[in-house]
Structure formats: C-alpha cells, structure tokens
Ligand binder design. Structure first.
Ligand code: MN
Length: 265
C-alpha cells in the first residue's frame, strides 16, 4: 500500500481532499497533472500516474519551457489517483491552503522500465497536457540542494524541458496562470467553486489556523493585484464569468490560458 504517508499526514474528517485508493494498474493512458498550491509557500505539485498512484514532486518555481532552466523538484509522498482532479481549499492541517488544477493530461514514459528509471534517478517522458507538452526529464541530483532541509538527499530532483517544438522562452506560469478546471485564479477557487467546503471547514477566526488562512487569502489577493499591474491591458486574458467545469475542460478555456507552440510567436 503506497499511500500510507499520504494518509498519515491527513485527517480525512477535516479535509476535503480525497482519502484515495490505489487504482488498478493501467498500461496506457497514464494521467499527469500539475496542481498549483498556495500554501505556506506557493509551489507547483507535479504528479505522474504510475502503478496506481500519483508519483509527486513539489516544484517551487513551477515548470519551465526553457531547456536551459532546470527547476528544483522535491520528491514528495505518492498521492492517490483521485487527488489528481482535486481543486479547492484545504482549510487546515497538512498542506493547508488553496489547490488549483493548473494542468492535466497524459504522460508517456520514454523508457520500458519506469521503476528502473526512477531508481536510477533519470526519468525521460513526454507530456500531453493543455499547457505542458513534448519531451521532459526528471533527474535526481544526488543531494546538491539537500542541505537546506537536512532531509533525504534522494528527494532532490530537477525538472527539465528537452529541446523540441514545445520548448521556448515563453514563461508558461506567467502566460497561463489559471486553472484548467474552472478557468479561475486562487480567488475564484476560494470564493466560487467550493463554497460549501470553504464555509463548513472554515477555521474559527483568531486561532492559528484562522490566522494562517487569513494570510493565504491576503496572498491570493496580492498575487492577483501584482499580476494585474504587471500585465499590459491588451495582453490580459478575457476574464468572463465562471464557466461550468465540464464546458471549460472541453474547450480548454480561452486561448490565453492554453498552451501555444512557443515557436509560433
Ligand atoms: Mn503541495
């Protein structure tokens, strides 16, 4: 059972996150997703389905389409496959904050033996998501960055884009910051899609959890205003009204929140 650490860290009577089951192994149609997670630190959780769970790496700066930019990716505990569709608020406990489904699609290993590649610390693969596409590699660094947290050096990997039609200097996290599920930002997720979760689980104001949550809400507002200030008006994506998730997923949202071939600029 590969989800023990995932379960150990969570109280499922208090979190809206799925408890999760280990899914059946599938040869094809491997799911991948990236969840943008506004917690104590903003980061992007990069997840690849393998052997019935989601292998997971926390990428502080998010993926880069530029092959010269290697992004630190901390290997974290496996997550249940159900979690890959989750978007919403984690009001308290481990990972408290807001989770946005930033990208999703399928991945294909460029090796016959994923377990061996993981053990070796060099996993090459192709992505077919809304935002991330083409060839990538996750490489274990052997602990070059492990001093900062004093933890297991095997946790430290780099996520790197290979040069291909889908690489380029487009800053994908800036260019396509919003959800592929609801087309919203953190504020929309907080205020819109999951109000029941937000209200029923909202911690009492004044407690530690309440204070932390207030900070997260403030951070969400600051991120939004910083982005608005930095983006020329003409380049802003149409905001629109919140769409049903199904319609948004089918159309992949407005063009500005969808991957384009970076070479076609
Ligand atoms: Mn996370």
């Amino acid at each position: 059972m590969a989800l023990e650490e995932y379960k150990r860290k969570r109280n499922f009577s208090k979190t809206p996150e799925p408890e999760g089951r280990v899914a059946e192994k599938k040869r094809d149609a491997r799911f991948f997703c990236v969840q943008k997670h506004l917690a104590s630190h903003l980061h992007y959780d990069f997840r690849l389905e393998h052997n019935g769970v989601l292998l997971s790496w926390a990428v502080p700066k998010g993926p880069s389409l530029d092959p010269k930019i290697k992004r630190l990716a901390m290997h974290v505990e496996d997550h249940p496959v159900d979690y890959g569709d989750f978007e919403g608020v984690i009001p308290e406990g481990y990972g408290a904050g807001i989770v946005m489904l930033w990208d999703r699609g399928t991945w294909t290993p460029e090796t016959d033996d994923v377990d061996a590649a993981l053990k070796k610390g060099d996993l090459k693969f192709k992505l077919d998501g809304y935002k991330l596409k083409g060839s990538w590699v996750l490489v274990r660094t052997g602990g070059r960055y492990s001093g900062s947290r004093g933890g297991d050096p095997n946790r430290t990997w780099l996520l790197i884009k290979h040069r291909d039609d889908w690489s380029g200097d487009l800053d994908i996290t800036e260019f396509a910051p919003r959800s592929v599920k609801c087309d919203g930002d953190f504020e929309d997720i907080l205020g819109g899609d999951a109000p029941a979760i937000w209200k029923s689980h909202r911690p009492a104001a004044g407690g530690d959890a309440g204070a932390m949550f207030a900070q997260i809400i403030e951070r969400a507002a600051k991120l939004k205003s910083a982005r608005t200030a930095a983006t020329p008006r003409a380049a802003q994506a149409p905001r629109g009204k919140a769409k049903p998730a199904a319609a948004s997923a089918k159309s992949a949202g407005p063009a500005a929140n969808r991957a384009k071939n970076p070479k076609k600029k």
